[in-house]
Design a protein around this ligand. Structure first.
Ligand SMILES: [Fe+2]
Ligand SMILES: [Fe+2]
Length: 224
């Protein structure tokens, strides 16, 4: 999901709208102590002024969320590709999943009587976060360094990583089921909107991440 904003359009949009439509924006607003939920009807420009903040600094942080396109990955060396995967995907998952857990806990608690409440999403995300962390550590500490420096067959560890990726796909499937494919109910609050926008981005990121590893990086080191 690529969301394009210009500086001018961001300043003039309400923080509630930005939080609901730009995945990851809620975490940035939280860092700047900008109230995007109850006080979300003010423009970014006004919200920044009220807090004595420089709106351009906030815009810069928001712009960094706009996911860059996948690089022409087949042209990258394996060292460059593994570094790209770590910074673009591993770091992003680590930054965004904790925020999604907070949002999910909030939505589940505040709207527990709503029949559409995505009950269980926070627990599922927490479990997924743990599984992903173990998996990414194995790649960062063992597999990726081996790809950069070692001259050995990597079929066995790659096979394990592919197996893990299948499990990650099951998590994504369960997230989609629990949220009815991220379909918001009528009148959903901004936190609920931000949660589903963030979950949709997580899904897209993780799919791109697994695609790069399974279909571009791993085949370079497989003999079977
Ligand atoms: Fe990875
Ligand atoms: Fe992986």
């Amino acid at each position: 999901m690529t969301v394009q904003f210009t500086k001018a359009s961001l300043q003039d949009q309400t923080v509630g709208h930005i939080a609901a439509t730009l995945p990851g924006a809620s975490a940035i607003f939280r860092n700047f102590k900008i109230d995007f939920c109850c006080g979300g009807d003010v423009t970014l420009d006004m919200a920044a002024k009220d807090l004595g903040l420089d709106v351009f600094v906030i815009e810069q942080a928001l712009s960094a969320l706009e996911s860059d396109e996948l690089p022409a990955s087949t042209n990258l060396s394996s060292g460059e590709l593994t570094e790209y995967i770590q910074s673009r995907f591993h770091d992003t998952h680590r930054r965004e999943i904790p925020e999604l857990i907070l949002l999910a806990r909030k939505v589940e608690a505040v709207h527990r009587d709503n029949p559409k409440v995505p009950a269980g999403v926070a627990t599922l995300l927490k479990e997924m976060e743990g599984e992903l962390e173990v998996h990414m550590k194995k790649e960062e500490l063992i597999l990726f360094p081996a790809m950069r420096w070692a001259d050995t067959t990597l079929d066995a560890p790659i096979s394990q990583m592919r197996y893990d990726h299948t499990d990650h796909g099951v998590y994504l499937q369960r997230l989609a089921e629990l949220t009815d494919n991220f379909t918001l109910p009528e009148g959903a609050c901004r936190s609920w909107q931000a949660l589903y926008a963030g979950l949709a981005k997580l899904t897209e990121d993780l799919q791109d991440h697994i695609h790069l590893e399974n279909n571009v990086l791993f085949p370079r080191f497989e003999t079977v």
